[in-house]
Design a protein around this ligand. Structure first.
Ligand SMILES: NC(=O)c1ccc[n+]([C@@H]2O[C@H](COP(=O)([O-])OP(=O)(O)OC[C@H]3O[C@@H](n4cnc5c(N)ncnc54)[C@H](O)[C@@H]3O)[C@@H](O)[C@H]2O)c1
Length: 286
């Protein structure tokens, strides 16, 4: 590992949440996004995540934690980072190009992690000169409140890279659960189809979003229903992830239903926009 800095690519929902998790554990972060508006918004978003992590997760944030955050539009600033988590939009070609240039910037000593929801690690690793360097680290949202991380071992991931990712995750207080590679891995292979079905039930007028989720919470004992989960993920990301799954499996159950597409078209993206299947008083709040 080159140095203790964690580079995070993408300053959206997951990137800012991961930045809070890392600096909250005393790990310096360089947060990179090509969208200067996202970079401008990031420090305030990270501060809000930190406060939430303290209030709801009992995270003992060290003094001066906010000074550990650097934000930039310049990918060259990642040079010297010991680890990278790629957290950009769920589009395979975008991630592949970015991982290739990132590997050149950080060099062979850095652990390369992708937070992709559904694209196989091996498909992304193929873009690298050395495909053994990439491992999947599928964090849940918000990453500072959810302890488990689905760690994906690609068929070519080096054992040392898998081990280094595990060490970093434990340093961040997370619990890695290692699984094999495949579209959607384990969680999203199952969850995204369920969200799509739940949205279809609403589209067909069989139940309201409230009724669907109440069945899961009050009858099945789940902590949240599938539609509140979809709002938390972000409906744009749900549609992108379903498309990735559909393209790679050709299974109809992954074809995003019209209601999901309509909501994304309208900009009703869930918590991050204030409205999705449900409405929220503040955006991105817990
Ligand atoms: N939202 C979730 O609950 C969740 C959970 C686990 C994993 N993921 C995955 O994490 C990734 C990010 O999801 P998100 O919800 O944070 O998305 P988001 O839309 O909130 O943020 C994505 C960010 O990536 C940036 N970006 C795009 N191209 C870039 C580039 N070339 N260089 C740097 N930044 C670039 C965008 O400007 C945006 O700020 C996706 O792969 C998603 O599937 C999301």
């Amino acid at each position: 590992v080159a140095d203790g800095t964690l580079a995070i690519l993408g300053a959206g929902t997951m990137g800012t949440g991961l930045a809070a998790l890392a600096i909250g554990h005393g790990v310096p972060v360089v947060l990179v996004d090509t969208d200067s508006a996202a970079v401008d918004r990031a420090p305030a978003a990270v501060r809000l995540h930190l406060r939430t992590a303290q209030l709801l997760g009992g995270l003992a944030v060290p003094d001066g934690a906010e000074d550990l955050l650097r934000t930039t539009t310049d990918p060259a600033q990642m040079a010297g980072a010991g680890a990278v988590v790629e957290c950009v939009t769920e589009v395979a070609d975008l991630k592949r190009g970015l991982l290739r240039t990132t590997a050149d910037v950080v060099g062979r000593d850095a652990v390369l992690m992708t937070n992709t929801s559904a694209i196989t690690v091996d498909e992304l690793a193929d873009a690298l000169a050395d495909p053994t360097l990439l491992v999947g680290a599928h964090f849940m949202n918000p990453p500072y409140l959810i302890e488990g991380v689905e760690v994906v071992r690609g068929p070519r991931t080096a054992p040392a890279v898998l081990a280094a990712a595990g060490t970093l995750l434990r340093k961040l207080g997370r619990r890695p659960v290692v699984v094999g590679d495949g579209p959607g891995f384990v969680i999203n292979r199952i969850l995204q189809r369920m969200i799509n079905d739940a949205a279809t039930v609403v589209e067909q007028g069989l139940a309201t979003p409230e009724a669907v989720d109440e069945l899961f919470t009050r009858c099945l004992g789940h902590r949240t229903g599938p539609l509140a989960t979809a709002d938390l993920i972000g409906l744009d990301n749900v549609v992108d992830t379903l498309r990735v799954l559909h393209e790679r499996t050709r299974q109809d159950g992954y074809q995003p239903c019209q209601l999901l597409l309509d909501k994304v078209e309208r900009g009703d993206l869930g918590r991050k926009s204030g409205t999705g299947f449900f409405t929220y008083r503040t955006t991105e709040g817990p």
